[in-house]
Ligand binder design. Structure first.
Ligand SMILES: NC(=O)c1ccc[n+]([C@@H]2O[C@H](COP(=O)([O-])OP(=O)(O)OC[C@H]3O[C@@H](n4cnc5c(N)ncnc54)[C@H](O)[C@@H]3O)[C@@H](O)[C@H]2O)c1
Length: 385
């Protein structure tokens, strides 16, 4: 399938790189950005067309557009993609407003088009292997858990980090999609949430790029601490913060009636899983780097120097596999795994966390979603070069 990209900033490089080097069922033929210099850079690097947004949307060869703009532009850009008769796959979150997310799903349905959204990291070996272990019953029924994401703030490395501290940014909308998409894959949908929040610093200083030293005013909560109740009864405590210098908390730890599992970073594709299936025993390590979407590929990305996700030499980065899977689902007429329904439910979890902190009350969710089917090497291998 011929594909276009709108939004040529920091994360775009890994999509261009992976499409060219790893994936075999789509080709990115053109890119566009509000800032023509941004799209020019990638069009030259990857020998593709540099178009205006309007030109890209009216290009008849392009059937699907990847929307890599900033979160508060996702809705408008995805809507214009669907209105131009093309399938839309956006970076996370699908939108910053639940009602707008719903509108996108309805629009796609009315036009017989697909809508998909990152993250696709849950299709990686780390989460898929964990899913298999949980479904095998090795650690019993998951009843409790704890999730944690704490960093000092993306302004340390991102040259234009303003959006992280404005409405639509913050640790939940930025990093929550990875954690909650992974958890819904492992445990099913969420029923209710209760949260409290803090904004520790009122200003942030840009740490890299041309604007280094410039201050950003913080408009939103930068730490959210929550209790999440899943429909299956599991209770999870959740910590998301841009106010933490360093910590030793695990990304995702789930406690079952027969053991415990430590799930790798849901922002990455691979990583080591740890399980304990006997009382008082040590963790047993399960590697995933022998699986298709767990093998280290980041050294080969040639990613931009300021892109943290591209640089991590310790984990796999197959961003864009969700696009491959969506294209295959379109051909096979089945529901894609990084679906509109899943991303809408994840958006509602995150919005409910923010709302609960604001009103200081428990919030019940209205949306539900099915657990996406497993995505194992027997299936994903066919998309890889
Ligand atoms: N940077 C990362 O490491 C990273 C990792 C994973 C996901 N993401 C997600 O990817 C998305 C983009 O992040 P980024 O870091 O690349 O941001 P960025 O600010 O570096 O790039 C965004 C680009 O989109 C363009 N843009 C904004 N509004 C537009 C519009 N209406 N039409 C056309 N172009 C428009 C901007 O000019 C800019 O070039 C975000 O949703 C972010 O959450 C980023």
């Amino acid at each position: 399938m011929k594909v276009g990209v709108i939004g040529c900033g920091n994360i775009a490089d890994i999509y261009f790189h992976n499409a060219k080097n790893f994936f075999n069922n789509f080709e990115i033929i053109a890119c566009a950005d509000l800032n023509p210099d941004a799209s020019k850079k990638y069009s030259e690097k990857y020998s593709i067309k540099n178009l205006s947004v309007e030109e890209l949307l009216s290009n008849e060869d392009i059937q699907l557009v990847i929307n890599l703009t900033i979160p508060n532009a996702h809705f408008e850009v995805s809507k214009s993609i669907l209105n131009s008769g093309k399938h839309s796959y956006s970076e996370k979150p699908i939108s910053i407003e639940f009602d707008e997310g719903k509108e996108l799903l309805n629009l796609a349905k009315s036009k017989n088009l697909y809508v998909g959204s990152a993250p696709d990291t849950f299709l990686g070996a780390g989460i898929q292997k964990s899913k298999q272990i949980i479904e095998d019953g090795t650690i019993g029924e998951i009843v409790l858990g704890s999730i944690s994401m704490g960093v000092a703030g993306h302004e340390i490395w991102h040259p234009n980090p303003d959006f992280y501290y404005k409405y639509g940014g913050g640790p939940i909308l930025d990093m929550g999609p990875y954690y909650f998409s992974a958890l819904v894959n492992l445990l099913g949908p969420v029923k209710s949430v209760y949260s409290q929040s803090r904004t520790v610093y009122s200003q942030r200083e840009i740490g890299s790029g041309e604007r280094k030293g410039e201050k950003i005013v913080v408009d939103i909560p930068t730490t959210l601490i929550s209790q999440i109740e899943f429909s299956n009864g599991a209770l999870i405590d959740s910590f998301f913060s841009f106010d933490v210098y360093k910590h030793n908390k695990s990304h995702i730890e789930l406690f079952g009636t027969k053991g415990a599992i430590n799930v790798p970073d849901p922002n990455m594709f691979g990583g080591e899983i740890k399980i304990c299936d006997e009382k008082k025993s040590d963790w047993k390590t399960i590697k995933t780097d022998d699986m298709n979407l767990g093998r280290l590929n980041t050294n080969r990305t040639g990613g931009e120097k300021n892109d943290k996700a591209n640089e991590d030499p310790t984990s796999a980065n197959f961003r864009g596999i969700g696009v491959c899977e969506m294209i295959d689902s379109i051909k096979e007429n089945k529901v894609n795994r990084c679906s509109g329904e899943l991303s809408l439910h994840v958006l509602e979890i995150m919005q409910s966390i923010l709302k609960s902190a604001k009103i200081d009350e428990k919030v019940n969710l209205e949306s539900v979603t099915n657990i996406p089917q497993s995505f194992l090497d027997t299936e994903n291998g066919k998309f890889l070069k």
